[in-house]
Design a binder for this molecule. Structure first.
Ligand SMILES: C[S@@+](CC[C@H](N)C(=O)[O-])C[C@H]1O[C@@H](n2cnc3c(N)ncnc32)[C@H](O)[C@@H]1O
Length: 428
């Protein structure tokens, strides 16, 4: 490298000078090293000290930059991921903008560790390979299937409730996690209807509120359903929402019924999605990575534009902000029911929503993506807006050992920050 630097600096010789060098080269082997050195020193004259000084200065700059990077690296996972794709992590405003999250009341977190997640992945891959619905377009892909399975088998509930079944893939995942536990499934169209057209899953130990028996989660008489299923302790019930409804509304309904453990499949990032999500609700100025600038000549805007070119679901400033610079929710809208209903809300309302949610949150945990995008080849979600993957970029050996390399790349494309919540009534 040093050699190349020196020769590069010597490159702009006049052509006749180069010719002389060529001629000299023919005779070089006949003269001693000492003589050659002294000839060079004489020829270079004042250039040599300058060159040496330049080299020393470059080394000092390189070493100090490198050591500063080393010192910063562990504090910023996003930064290392940025560097992986050629973006400068610590220097990028998007790096510090980071990932929004919801604060829980007492800072409690989940009991499982990344080691548990890795062990879980190893166990889940062969299960997933046997899924009845191979291409679950519009439903969960691999990341969220794993997350749901992992949490259900870890929490071991006495009853599992699912809202939004589609063809029944998520019902099947719940069944794999808890083979003997009763499921209650709510969905306007019964999964058995899909069986006529292709693969679907109907569970034998499930109470379906579906088809003509459909009742929305918020209208179910949960007291009577719990009684019918012999449930006396509501902290033993796990609810899984994949019904694209306003998550604030769902949290209020769950609290009213006394449920504590909730999983939301689609936890859309600010500026995206068809319903008001936890991520959107909690995206605030005082949260690391929260709040946004609609200023089009800002570092955030530039970074967003850059990232949009790489990641399909990344949001640039034009998409993020409404006409009046509303960035919260989706351009100032609180969306509901697959965006069939949406309501403009003021920043104050949005802020109050976040205060309410945080006042009932005991735990907020986002499932990380299972593996980095260089491994999964996913191109949709922006890795700068998610937590560190379970299998980090570059860990190809581990990715293969876990069996993830056997899965088709399209199954990794549906990640939308699935989130697990533990909630309880506001203390008065
Ligand atoms: C994205 S799909 C669910 C995918 C499924 N969980 C899976 O992984 O395969 C959303 C489902 O929610 C259903 N849905 C719509 N409104 C609903 C509501 N109010 N309550 C429950 N489900 C609803 C839709 O009919 C659809 O089947």
């Amino acid at each position: 490298m040093l050699e190349r630097m020196l020769s590069a600096r010597r490159a702009p010789l006049h052509s006749d000078e180069a010719e002389v060098e060529d001629d000299e080269s023919k005779t070089r082997k006949h003269i001693s090293f000492a003589m050659r050195a002294s000839t060079y020193l004489t020829r270079l004259g004042y250039l040599l000290p300058c060159l040496l000084l330049g080299v020393v200065l470059s080394c000092i700059i390189l070493i100090s930059t490198w050591s500063r990077r080393l010192a910063c690296a562990p504090s910023s996972d996003a930064a290392s991921r940025f560097s992986f794709f050629g973006f400068d992590g610590p220097d990028s405003d998007f790096g510090s903008l980071g990932v929004p999250w919801c604060r829980s009341k007492h800072g409690k977190t989940v009991q499982w560790t990344s080691k548990d997640l890795l062990k879980g992945l190893e166990e889940f891959v062969p299960i997933y390979e046997k899924r009845p619905i191979k291409n679950n377009m519009y439903g969960m892909g691999f990341d969220h299937s794993f997350g749901l399975w992992f949490m259900a088998q870890w929490l071991k509930p006495d009853l599992m409730i699912e809202s939004g079944a589609f063809k029944g893939h998520s019902t099947w995942v719940l069944r794999q996690a808890m083979p003997d536990t009763r499921i209650v499934s709510l969905s306007p169209r019964h999964p058995e209807k899909y069986l006529k057209k292709g693969p679907a899953y109907v569970d034998g130990n499930c109470t379906y509120f579906a088809g003509k028996d459909f009742v929305d989660f918020g209208s179910v008489d949960w007291r009577s359903v719990m009684k019918q299923h012999g449930i006396t302790d509501l902290s033993r019930v796990l609810i899984f929402f994949d019904d694209h409804q306003n998550e604030l509304k769902r949290i209020k309904q769950a609290l009213k019924a006394g449920f504590q453990h909730l999983i939301f499949e689609d936890n859309y990032d600010t500026g995206t999605g068809d319903h008001y999500s936890l991520r959107q609700i909690c995206d605030q100025f005082y949260i690391r990575g929260g709040g946004h600038s609609c200023f089009r000549d800002s570092d955030e805007a530039r970074e967003r534009a850059k990232r949009k070119k790489f990641w399909e679901k990344a949001v640039d400033t034009d998409e993020l902000c409404g006409a009046g610079e509303e960035w919260w929710g989706v351009r100032g809208q609180m969306r509901d029911n697959f965006n069939h209903s949406n309501k403009d809300i003021s920043y104050t309302e949005h802020f109050m929503n976040s205060r309410f949610v945080e006042s009932v949150l005991d735990v907020y945990w986002e499932l990380p993506p299972v593996a980095g995008p260089s491994l999964t080849h996913q191109s949709r979600y922006d890795p700068a807006r998610v937590s560190s993957p379970i299998v980090e970029d570059g860990r190809f050996g581990l990715f293969q050992r876990l069996g993830l390399g056997r899965l088709e790349p399209f199954v990794f494309n549906g990640y939308t920050q699935m989130v697990y919540l533990q909630i309880s009534e506001q203390e008065s």
